[in-house]
Write a protein that binds this ligand. Structure first.
Ligand code: KIV
Length: 275
């Protein structure tokens, strides 16, 4: 399994880091078999697999439940688990307790938290000191979507761009092992990537980031109706899945499934009760 030092080396050697989200055993297994560098159990699971309209409803228990399944599917992969909405904002004690629960129970390699407020920076420091590596998340931070006013590109004016750079420097200084940059203009993400020592992982942040992350279901076009601009689909599971289920329905209705090849047959008919 890669370690955080390997990820750092990849940045230093300009080798791109790959990350994909996974939410369950099969998606994690697929990612590991494909040779992904890191898996993120994103709280996007609220939208992607639980059908909520944002990540706000996701709980610590949800993250533990899905994180455990992912770790079973990808036991040899560096797994990062999101701390969900309001699980690290009430008090430092509660944040540390929630982090301990998620980290211990999922057996993850790192936790991810959004933002760079004073409290968040302190938490990054405390978690790092306690032995929990932290991945930061800046730019579009979905847990604050209602404050941001929607899923919008961030850092688009001078002040916002400067703040994003300062935030990235701050999370690095406080011990974050990496930072996800979401929906950040490519040119700004490039400057941040060059100015900080830890790896940047982009999603909608251009090719100059040290690595890229995409949502598993976006890559496969699986269960999602509309893809964000930055998501490139590499397959169309919606179409393939619907076609497969339609074919199955047809076979059952036509009485062509299950034929004997899919049935258990008895050799000695004598043993059967009379009809
Ligand atoms: O929850 C998530 O999937 C994420 C990625 C979009 C980076 O945070």
């Amino acid at each position: 399994m890669l370690t955080r030092l390997d990820l750092q080396k990849m940045k230093d050697n300009q080798e791109k880091i790959t990350m994909v989200t996974a939410y369950d055993y099969p998606s994690a297994k697929t990612a590991e078999v494909a040779g992904i560098d890191t898996v993120l159990v994103g709280d996007s699971l609220g939208m992607v697999v639980l059908g909520y309209d944002s990540t706000i409803q996701v709980t610590v228990d949800d993250m533990i439940h899905h994180g455990k399944a992912v770790k079973r599917g990808a036991p040899n992969t560096f797994v990062v688990v999101d701390m969900p909405f309001m699980s690290y904002h009430i008090s430092i004690e509660e944040s540390l307790t929630n982090a301990r629960e998620i980290f211990q129970q999922t057996n993850a390699q790192a936790l991810k938290i959004e933002g760079a407020t004073e409290e968040t920076l302190l938490l990054i420091k405390r978690l790092t000191e306690a032995g929990i590596p932290v991945v930061a998340h800046l730019g579009l931070t979905p847990q604050t979507v209602n404050v941001l006013g929607g899923f919008k590109v961030q850092g688009k004016d001078r002040a916002a761009a400067a703040k994003l750079l300062t935030d990235a420097q701050q999370v690095a200084e406080h011990g974050a092992i990496s930072v996800v940059l979401e929906c950040v203009p490519k040119e700004l993400a490039q400057i941040i990537t060059e100015k900080i020592d830890i790896p940047t992982i982009g999603i909608g942040a251009g090719i100059e980031c040290d690595g890229q992350v995409l949502v598993y279901h976006d890559i496969l076009k699986y269960g999602v109706d509309r893809l964000p601009k930055f998501a490139k689909p590499y397959a169309d599971f919606n179409e393939k899945g619907t076609d497969a289920v339609k074919a199955y329905i047809e076979d059952v209705k036509d009485k062509t499934f299950p034929l004997d090849a899919y049935s258990f047959l008895i050799k000695d008919k004598e043993i059967l009760p009379n009809k």
